[in-house]
Design a protein around this ligand. Structure first.
Ligand code: 13P
Length: 252
């Protein structure tokens, strides 16, 4: 049985004070979520200090949205995996399409970031996904295979045994246009088959989350698919009732 996970990527939203209110609201509603479902929130760096304790008391895990590719030193503006981990943060989102697109993150950068994450006890949530033109031209399988092969294939089996992957089609992020559950299942199954080529049966253990305009109305259908193990939620994670409602949508 793979873990069921709903993770909220807050992106660059909320002030720290608003973030505290949001995590408190999520914590208050967590009782309505089945205990087998792991809830993760990934606020901006500035919020981590004031959120981790509240989250921990409520049994909610915390992730950061990024980490530096280097361990320490003269890298103005960067935040190391060690700094993040020392706050009690458990996860780090890496390879999000917004970071690939706006900040030029390549497989090379991401390999370095994953090394830092694992070295400091952070579990990566590694994101993959194709752009609209790659979907329309039918190249999406190649794009996703490359994103997996160039990064995940460099990990050890031990590291893969704690890895989480998120499939986020870029054309579905923040657009209100979600992938159909069949489209999600097709890619999740494909990701698992690519993992199987290198890691064998371990591929069955890796949780694969869907992300891209996931909301309380479509989560049930998406989560009903056998290779979909949960969601990485953007906009809907900023409203506690919506985030919690999504976490209630796993098949019984
Ligand atoms: P939306 O849910 O706002 O489409 O964002 C998805 C996402 O990018 C989560 O990382």
């Amino acid at each position: 049985m793979r873990k069921k996970i709903v993770a909220g990527n807050w992106k660059m939203n909320t002030t720290p004070a608003e973030g505290v209110e949001l995590i408190k609201a999520v914590a208050d509603l967590k009782k309505d979520v089945c205990p087998e479902v792991e809830l993760i929130v990934a606020p901006p760096y500035t919020h981590l200090c004031c959120i981790t304790e509240i989250a921990a008391k409520a049994g909610i895990s915390v992730g950061s949205q990024n980490c530096a590719a280097e361990p320490a030193g003269a890298y103005t503006g960067e935040v190391s995996a060690k700094m993040i981990s020392s706050l009690g943060v458990k996860y780090v989102i890496l390879g999000h399409s917004e970071r690939r697109e706006y900040y030029g993150e390549t497989s090379e950068t991401l390999n370095a970031k994953l090394i830092q994450a694992y070295a400091n006890g952070l579990t990566p949530i590694y994101c993959v996904g194709e752009k609209l033109d790659e979907r329309e031209s039918g190249k999406y399988f190649d794009v996703i295979r490359k994103q997996i092969e160039e990064v995940v294939f460099n990990l050890s089996s031990d590291q893969v045994s704690s890895l989480i992957i998120a499939y986020e089609p870029v054309w579905a992020i923040g657009t209100g246009k979600t992938a159909t559950s069949d489209q999600a299942q097709e890619i999740h199954e494909f990701i698992r088959s690519v993992l199987n080529e290198k890691f064998g049966d371990l591929s069955q253990q890796v949780p694969i989350l869907y992300g891209g305009s996931c909301n309380p109305s479509n989560a049930e259908e998406i989560f009903s698919k056998k290779d979909v193990d949960g969601g990485l939620i953007g906009g809907a994670a900023l409203k506690a009732p919506d985030f919690i409602s999504i976490a209630q949508k796993f098949p019984k």
